[in-house]
Ligand binder design. Structure first.
Ligand code: CAA
Length: 260
């Protein structure tokens, strides 16, 4: 198992729980933390019993309070661009990741925090969660995909208001505008684990191809998206899981998927 300084990786099959662990800096993302998150995602794939990942923050207060501002005073424009590139690469890796990733937003998710949550497949949040893109307060702009993904998730006008004002978005509002799928009063991680267990009962290849079709399709014209969908639809028909899934339905029993 990898040695991590800034994150905690826990295995609770079928879920892996990835926690940013810098509570004294409200889990702000420095380059080391971004690298460790990326390495942990690779490590998780060696554990075949894991069927989904939960991304959350350690401590009572924060999911991720954004990029680490303490590193910014001395950053040159070139270094800033490279930093944004590293953060963006992590978000792309999350979107391309073969397993579902759920953001369990337990507190402040500002700047890079909202941006990492947006790169997850969907978001559950505690009622005390706070979202936002406060970069304009610092005289900078979002750099880990916020200007691109927020509008795709909540629509252009909502995204514009959030990004141009930099204001805090309380959990209830985030839920209302469709940024958050579910507000969880009780144990947020348990709720996310329940969803991963539900997904773990489905065909693993089907889940992987379905995520891929949705993610890739979002960036394509409808004809190309539909073409991608039908080729993946064909591909999944080559699997043993398809034979088992269809047979189990017709025999009125639960399928036993093998991920083959
Ligand atoms: N980077 C570095 N340190 C941070 C941080 C961040 N993003 N957010 C909080 N911290 C640190 C604080 O400096 C403070 O450290 P000290 O105890 O050493 O002083 C500690 O975490 C606790 O924070 P506060 O005392 O500020 O706590 P609070 O309860 O008064 O406020 C908060 C909480 C509203 C989240 C406030 O900390 C805050 O506004 N944080 C900054 C949020 C932000 O602007 N994020 C965007 C960053 S830029 C970005 O993310 C760009 C991008 O797109 C990649």
């Amino acid at each position: 198992m990898g040695e991590y300084k800034n994150i905690i990786l826990e295995f609770d099959p079928p879920a892996a729980i990835l926690k940013v662990n810098r509570p004294r800096a409200l889990n702000a993302l420095n380059p080391e933390t971004i690298r460790e998150l990326s390495e942990a995602l690779d490590e998780i794939l060696n554990h075949k019993e894991i069927r989904g990942v939960i991304l959350t923050g350690e401590g009572e207060k924060a999911f991720i309070a954004g990029a680490d501002i303490s590193r910014m005073p001395d950053m040159s424009p070139q270094e800033a661009e490279r930093f944004a590139e590293e953060g963006q690469k992590l978000t792309l890796k999350m979107e391309e990741y073969p397993l579902p990733i759920i953001a369990a937003v337990n507190g402040y998710a500002l700047g890079g925090g909202t941006e990492l949550a947006l790169a997850c497949d969907f978001i559950y949040a505690s009622p005390k969660a706070v979202f936002g893109q406060p970069e304009v307060n610092l005289g900078i702009i979002p750099g880990f995909g916020g200007t691109q993904r927020l509008a795709r998730v909540v629509g252009v006008n909502q995204a514009m208001e959030i990004i141009l004002t930099g204001r805090h978005i309380p959990a209830e509002e985030a839920y209302r505008i469709g940024l958050v799928n579910k507000l969880v009063e009780g144990d947020l991680i348990e709720e996310a684990k329940k969803t991963i267990s539900e997904i773990a009962g489905r065909g693993p290849l089907a889940v992987m191809y379905a995520k891929k079709a949705v993610r890739r399709g979002l960036e394509l014209a409808i004809e190309a998206g539909l073409e991608l969908e039908r080729s993946l639809f064909g591909l999944v028909f080559a699997s043993e899981d398809r034979i088992e899934g269809v047979k189990a339905f017709l025999e009125k029993r639960k399928p036993e998927f093998k991920g083959k």
